[in-house]
Every structure is written in structure tokens, then in C-alpha cells.
Ligand binder design. Structure first.
Ligand SMILES: Nc1ncnc2c1ncn2[C@@H]1O[C@H](COP(=O)(O)OP(=O)(O)O)[C@@H](O)[C@H]1O
Ligand SMILES: [Mg+2]
Length: 368
């Protein structure tokens, strides 16, 4: 099959998916972020009035794929600034019990790490106490949160294979005092094999986390576990340690391929190792409103997962991919960017859906 020259009826994968270019109507973000604080200050004066709320809804800012259709660049920036400001002032509900979510999809490059770090940051910047466990030897989540993770740094490897307490290897991030991260180092690269010979090899993370949560009492609201792109023992440990699976799906060709295997693994874990585990949340990532393909994938995912799919889609946005290079999340790197707004909205909905089974929570959310 020649993938480079689609027939006229087919979506053009070759060109329409070259998506790192900013959308034609996208505001150059350098200026946007510089101006954001000024716009924020100006809009701060009116945030308590109905004016800002009306402005926000009139501009339909909550619809991520339509938010660019609102007039001049300045109007768009003002609308974004108001949105950011409103979101910042919001008080997000804390769950009654610590929620442990594993961010899993055995495909690489679908937005697991990006979603884990940005949702963690968004939650922590809204009063939630969050622990992010980096379980990928690449240590990308640690990088994005600016946490040291050179070989030999005390890390999740020491927890899984050295019996070290989680509390000893968790670091507070510089930008959010409520966000802690357990880093992953390259030491973890051999862990899948090293774990094989260990006693209770699937339960090592669960036990370590349980001990940590007992000590932390009600202090912690969320634990997010960023998985490697495989279904090996590391991912298995993450699935056994969690109650919820957060499944990021890239709005791309082949997005659903391989999902059956992941869902089968979740089912096996549920029936044999961790009966409490459930896929509770699906997040559409790297959505590009300019491609028909993105909509087709999104529709397909919604047909399959229904109310589990968070309403906000994360747009493909170059600021999201730039942020880790600066040891930052996009939420702090460029809070007014479409990527940051997408993740803030997604995290807010995740928090709104509350604790426990989001199937129940989603029934009441009215989003789908
Ligand atoms: N919304 C987005 N817009 C642009 N680039 C993104 C977005 N989400 C993720 N990326 C980029 O895509 C790549 C893969 O994302 P990542 O989160 O590392 O995936 P995974 O953890 O599933 O392997 C990274 O380079 C990341 O910066
Ligand atoms: Mg990753």
C-alpha cells in the first residue's frame, strides 16, 4: 500500500498529519505569553463581574477546537487570558479518598507522559496534593518536572528493587509545592527482567504505595503513574497499584490499534491481581481540528468508550512539545496556550468527576 499518495477519497495522511506547524489562525505564542500578564492584569479588574463570564461563554472558549474562530488575534488573546484567569481562581474539589491513576497505553508517543505531567501540574496548581511516579526508564516525566534523574539518583528503581520507601525518593517540584515526583532513571531499563525473579513481582509498587499512603493519611489527593510504552512487568506493577486507568489516545491514524491488547491486560489484572482496577478516563490527545481524520478518530473513540472520554480534547500545540525542553509543563511554560488550556480543562473535568468509579461520576457529569 502506498501511504504517501492517498486516493482522493481518503484522508491525506502524508500532509494533513504534518501537524507541528501552528494552525494558520494560531497566535504567535512568544508575543502571546509576553502579553498575557498585561492582559491578565487588565481583565482581573472585571473577573468578578458577569461581564467576564459572559465574555467567556460568548466566545465559547470551552470548545477547544472552535476557540480560534473568535475574531481578531487580540480578541482571542483577551478571551484566553480571561479563561486562564477564571480557571486559576477556581476551586477544584478534593476527592474524599486518594485517587490512584495509571496513565497507560502500550504505544509510544501517544501523550502518556505529557498528559501525566500536565494533569498533575494542573491539579497541583488548584490545591490538590499530587504525587507523580515516573515508571518509564526514559525519565521523561522527571525531565518535564525539572527533577534530577541521572543514573544513581534515588528513584523508583530503588523502591521496586531495593525496598526503599517512596517517601525517601519523592522530590517536591520547584514550581508547585503540592506536586511531588518520584523520578525514574535509566537504572529502570533492566527492571522488567530483574523483577521477574522477585517475590510478589507484580505487587511491588502496590505495596510500596500502600505503605506510603498509610503514612500520608488523607494528605494525598492524587497519585499519577506514568507508564513505559510496553505491557511488561513495570506497567503491570502500575496497573496493580492503581484503581483507575487513564488512557490517552492520540487522534491519529492507527489510534485504536493495539488498544484491545491493553484492555485485555486490564481485564486480566482485574480478574487476577487487582479487582478494583477500572478504565475510568479516556483522554483524546494531539487533536487537530484542521484534519477530518482527527474528528473521525475522536468519534470512533467516543463510540467505543462513551462517557469515559473527557470532553476537552488536547489540541496539538507546539508549546506543549517545547515545554519539557525547559524542564517545565506547558501549564507553567505558557499558561495561555491552547495546550495549557486543554490540559487545565481536562484536569478540571477529571477532578469534577470525583473519586472512585468515574463511570458513575460520568453518568452525572452530563458531558457526553
Ligand atoms: N498536544 C501536543 N501537542 C504537540 N506535541 C505533543 C502534544 N502531546 C505530546 N506531544 C509530543 O509528542 C511526543 C510524544 O508525547 P509523550 O507524552 O512523550 O508520549 P508517550 O509518553 O506516550 O510516549 C513528545 O515529543 C511530546 O512533546
Ligand atoms: Mg512517556
Amino acid at each position: 500500500m502506498n501511504q504517501d499518495s492517498p486516493s482522493p477519497g481518503e484522508p491525506d495522511r502524508g500532509t494533513s498529519l504534518d501537524l507541528d506547524e501552528p494552525a494558520p489562525d494560531e497566535v504567535p505564542r512568544d508575543r502571546a505569553s509576553d502579553d498575557l500578564s498585561d492582559v491578565s492584569r487588565e481583565t482581573a479588574a472585571v473577573t468578578d463581574s458577569d461581564v467576564s463570564r459572559e465574555t467567556t461563554s460568548a466566545l465559547d472558549i470551552d470548545a477547544p477546537d472552535r476557540e480560534r474562530d473568535v475574531g481578531t488575534p487580540i480578541a482571542r488573546e483577551a478571551a484566553q487570558a480571561i479563561h486562564v484567569l477564571n480557571v486559576r481562581q477556581e476551586h477544584w474539589p478534593r476527592p474524599p479518598k486518594t485517587r490512584v491513576l495509571t496513565v497507560a497505553n502500550q504505544k509510544g508517543g501517544v501523550g502518556k507522559t505529557t498528559s501525566a505531567v500536565n494533569i498533575a501540574a494542573a491539579l497541583a496548581l488548584h490545591g490538590q496534593r499530587v504525587l507523580l511516579i515516573d515508571l518509564d526508564p526514559q525519565g521523561n516525566a522527571s525531565t518535564a518536572l525539572g527533577i534530577e534523574h541521572g543514573v544513581g539518583t534515588p528513584s523508583i528503581y530503588d523502591v521496586l528493587l531495593g525496598g526503599r520507601p517512596v517517601a525517601e525518593v519523592a522530590h517536591t517540584t520547584d514550581f508547585a509545592p503540592l506536586l511531588q515526583c518520584v523520578p525514574a532513571t535509566l537504572d529502570l531499563a533492566g527492571a522488567d527482567i530483574e523483577l521477574t525473579s522477585q517475590v510478589a513481582r507484580e505487587y511491588r509498587l502496590q505495596r510500596a504505595l500502600e505503605t506510603y499512603l498509610e503514612q500520608a493519611g488523607d494528605q494525598l489527593d492524587y497519585v499519577l503513574i506514568d507508564c513505559p510504552p510496553s505491557l511488561g512487568l513495570l506497567t503491570l506493577n502500575a496497573l496493580v497499584a492503581a484503581r483507575e486507568v487513564l488512557l490517552p489516545i492520540q487522534c491519529e491514524y492507527y489510534a485504536l490499534e493495539g488498544l484491545a491488547q491493553l484492555l485485555k491486560t486490564v481485564e486480566l489484572v482485574t480478574s487476577h491481581l487487582n479487582p478494583q482496577l477500572e478504565v475510568t478516563t479516556v483522554l483524546l490527545t494531539m487533536y487537530d481540528s484542521r484534519t477530518r481524520l482527527a474528528d473521525q478518530v475522536a468519534d470512533e473513540v467516543r463510540r467505543h468508550f462513551g462517557e469515559l472520554v473527557l470532553a476537552p480534547r488536547i489540541p496539538r500545540n507546539v508549546r506543549v512539545s517545547e515545554a519539557p525542553g525547559f524542564g517545565q509543563t506547558v501549564i507553567t511554560y505558557d499558561p495561555g496556550s491552547r495546550g495549557a488550556i486543554g490540559y487545565l480543562d481536562a484536569a478540571r473535568e477529571l477532578a469534577d468527576r470525583g473519586a472512585g468509579s468515574s463511570v458513575h461520576a460520568a453518568e452525572g457529569s452530563g458531558h457526553e
